[in-house]
Write a protein of this length. Structure first.
Length: 240
């Protein structure tokens, strides 16, 4: 009994550190971000989003067009019902990806009951229409996100590592360094600029490392749009 009382008193005098309470942020910070796993999970998300965005957009447009155009002969009704079911299936894939790669967990929307009244009432599936809207709206965004992410990541590291291969241009191309431009005007004046001195090479590398550190910030900002879209259109949010 005395031991329990002493332990309780010690706990009250020395409470647990406040930083242990609650979930920790997954964002690694500016200086660690280029080398953190979380950054490359987000990058993997942007890369894999492109083929899924193409598939989702083609599915949404094709099924909606066929369904609406054939409603007059009632063939379009089952097509539209199948469209909503397929959109829900694609939404489930997106929720799993967002959970695994972005740390966003949303609960799947409740599936509507299949009433005996037929297919017409099944078209009132709000979650299915929201999922369809997601695949339509996110297509251009994900194409842009893919282009920005890949371009910045590859360019940053290629430029940052320039000192490791700057000798190639002098040895194999007979240039004094990397040629930025080389042209002759109509007046016969020749202009050329080569990155050849150690200071120039170091400056180019510094620009590359600046891009390396800014790229995770860009990718994180781009994927925040996906986080918002998943939470708003694909389910009920369960995380804080």
């Amino acid at each position: 009994m005395t031991s329990t009382t002493a332990t309780t008193s010690a706990t009250l005098r020395h409470p647990a550190p406040t930083h242990m309470a609650g979930p920790r942020s997954t964002w690694p910070g500016f200086w660690r971000a280029p080398f953190a796993r979380a950054t490359y999970r987000e990058f993997r998300y942007t890369v894999t989003s492109l083929p899924l965005a193409i598939a989702g957009f083609v599915f949404a447009v094709a099924m909606f067009s066929v369904g609406v155009s054939t409603l007059v002969v009632w063939v379009g009704l089952p097509v539209l019902v199948a469209m909503l079911a397929g959109a829900r299936g694609l939404a489930a894939v997106e929720r799993r990806r967002a959970d695994a790669l972005l740390g966003v967990r949303v609960e799947a929307p409740v599936r509507p009951e299949k009433p005996a009244a037929g297919m017409v009432r099944r078209l009132a599936d709000a979650a299915g229409w929201k999922a369809l809207l997601f695949h339509f709206l996110m297509f251009p965004w994900r194409v842009a996100t893919f282009c920005f992410s890949v371009t910045f990541l590859v360019t940053g590291w290629v430029v940052a590592l320039f000192p490791t291969y700057s000798w190639v241009f002098h040895r194999y191309l007979d240039w004094p360094g990397y040629r930025l431009y080389d042209f002759t005007t109509d007046a016969g004046v020749h202009h050329a600029y080569y990155v050849e001195s150690p200071a120039q090479i170091a400056g180019v590398s510094a620009i590359g490392f600046l891009l390396v550190f800014l790229t995770p910030v860009l990718v994180h900002a781009l994927t925040n749009v996906d986080r918002g879209a998943v939470r708003a259109l694909l389910g009920r949010r369960t995380d804080a």
